[in-house]
Ligand binder design. Structure first.
Ligand code: SF4
Length: 483
């Protein structure tokens, strides 16, 4: 069996990235480049659908964007001046070709390609209703639910999409292409990201602004929570089809998911991570000789911690970048070596030192334990662990792959128990109020927090309609995994 990240299973994983462009003769190659920049959001499969004025050429496959679209024989076939693309991450057993997006359907008004990032929390409920009405599903994606809902309605493509989205609940960003119209939409709370960019006269929608940088496009703005933007020959125009409500962007995008060079909701992700590290140093100072990030995601927070604490930052752990993508499923023996295949201790900067390790999160705790052990074996005098997120105590049902709750270390143990389990001399997490302070919010407002922070607080801002009806914990964990 081929797996995509055999040694990354101790991290939450963003499940998808989306990209769309209208008004450019190089639409498909630009989409492939945009998806390449968004590869961190999903490495299992990718797809592009273009529109050439008559047809919607399509290519979808398993693997990395560069491997799928790096050949002329593939990309040259995707002709046209408009395209949308998707990369997918999934750990569900049912992750084969039939779930690779964008999905395409011929509806009454013509062809429709659609891709989404996120998770509908009433997907099973809606699917059951649609199947009862006679709809035949070809995938297990939430995206197909939206297609069937659109197919059974009347009106223009925009009217059908709005009507369909009013029936679903969840956290989603969607990009759709219907002939010469590109459409983007964010859920009413804006949990998942979507940004607007411009390249010459072409408009672009993407999960993150790093997809604009790679093609030389300009970041224009974030699509607002609950905004549906329609881009056609007259340019972009916005609709706000949902009742207005305060947005609840996923705070974990700042902590870990988004690429550090992206601007999300007007804030630099790198800057945000540094500020979180500074706040962490204020909350949990430690007499130390060196601040060491767990690479790569712990780097900006470790820089912030180091600057605030006045303690040198060093790459005391080196990451091997050539492990952990497409790889044959490891045997237990090799899995045991996993951390060492991916990380190695930079002994010269660790031996004899009091080391503060900075990481973005602890999920199962297996990697943390092995890294602490590795740093001790490299001669560290003391090993302290600082985490730039609050303890992850709850699963995400909004489009992020999390283990079932029972597998989350923080769901079963307090901080002292976790410290003992990972073998560190001390362990601290940033507090939820510290996280909000770092994000420029004085503190978390209990009634209306600015972000979704449900994986830390258990306060889910969107109803978990399917999960509430789930009969057992296995169903719950599957729901958490469906992308
Ligand atoms: Fe993000 Fe956590 Fe909310 Fe999921 S539950 S959307 S990971 S903050």
């Amino acid at each position: 069996m081929v797996t995509t990240h055999p040694f990354d299973d101790d991290k939450l994983q963003e499940e998808c990235a989306i990209f769309g462009i209208l008004g450019n003769d190089e639409a498909a190659p630009l989409t492939a480049l945009g998806l390449h920049a968004l590869q961190h959001r999903g490495q299992e499969a990718a797809g592009i659908v273009s529109f050439d004025g008559e047809q919607f050429p399509t290519h979808r496959d398993m693997g990395l964007v560069g491997d799928i679209f790096g050949r002329h024989s593939v990309i040259d076939r995707l002709s046209g001046h408009a395209a949308i693309g998707h990369t997918r991450y999934s750990t569900t057993g049912d992750s084969g070709m039939r779930n690779v997006q964008p999905l395409f359907a011929d509806l009454e008004f013509g062809g429709l390609a659609i891709a989404h990032n996120g998770n509908l929390t009433n997907a099973l409920t809606k699917r059951r209703e649609l199947v009862h009405q006679g709809c035949i599903f070809q995938s297990t994606t939430d995206t197909e639910i939206i297609i069937h809902l659109m197919a059974t309605r009347q009106g223009t493509v925009v009217e059908r999409l709005i009507g369909s989205l009013r029936e679903v609940e969840g956290a989603y960003s969607i990009i759709a292409l219907a002939k010469d119209t590109l459409i983007g939409v964010r859920d009413p709370l804006g949990v998942r990201p979507l940004v607007l960019g411009k390249l010459g006269d072409s408009y672009i929608l993407a999960s993150e602004s790093c997809a604009f940088d790679i093609i030389g496009a300009d970041y224009v703005r974030d699509i607002d929570a609950g905004e549906l933007i329609v881009i056609d020959e007259d340019g972009p125009h916005s609709h706000f089809p949902f009742p207005p409500m305060p947005s609840r962007f996923c705070v974990f995008e700042y902590i870990y998911f988004a690429r550090p060079d992206s601007i999300v909701e007007g804030t630099s992700v790198y800057e945000a991570r540094k500020r979180i590290g500074m706040e962490l140093a204020k909350e949990s100072p430690m007499e130390a000789d060196v601040i060491v990030p767990i690479p790569d995601s712990g780097v900006p927070a470790a820089i912030g911690y180091s600057q605030e604490a006045g303690v040198p930052f060093e790459y005391g752990i080196i990451r091997n970048h050539y492990v952990g993508r497409t790889f044959i499923e490891p045997s237990d023996e090799i899995r045991h070596l996993g951390v060492k295949l991916k990380h190695s201790a930079n002994r010269a900067y660790i031996s004899g030192k009091r080391v503060v390790l900075v990481d973005d999160s602890i999920v199962r705790g297996t990697t943390s334990r092995k890294i602490v052990e590795m740093v001790r074996q490299a001669g560290a005098k003391e090993v302290h662990m600082r985490i730039s997120s609050p303890p992850t105590t709850n699963s995400c049902f909004y489009g992020v792959d999390t283990p079932e709750r029972a597998a989350l270390l923080a769901a079963r143990n307090n901080v002292e128990e976790m410290r003992q389990l990972i073998g560190a001399d001390s362990l601290s997490f940033i507090s939820i109020d510290g996280l909000y302070r770092a994000m420029g919010r004085p503190e978390r407002d209990g009634d209306a927090p600015h972000y979704c922070d449900a994986c830390f607080t258990g306060e889910y801002p969107i109803p978990l309609t399917d999960a509430d009806g789930a009969e057992d914990s296995r169903q719950l964990s599957l729901l958490a995994e469906i992308g």
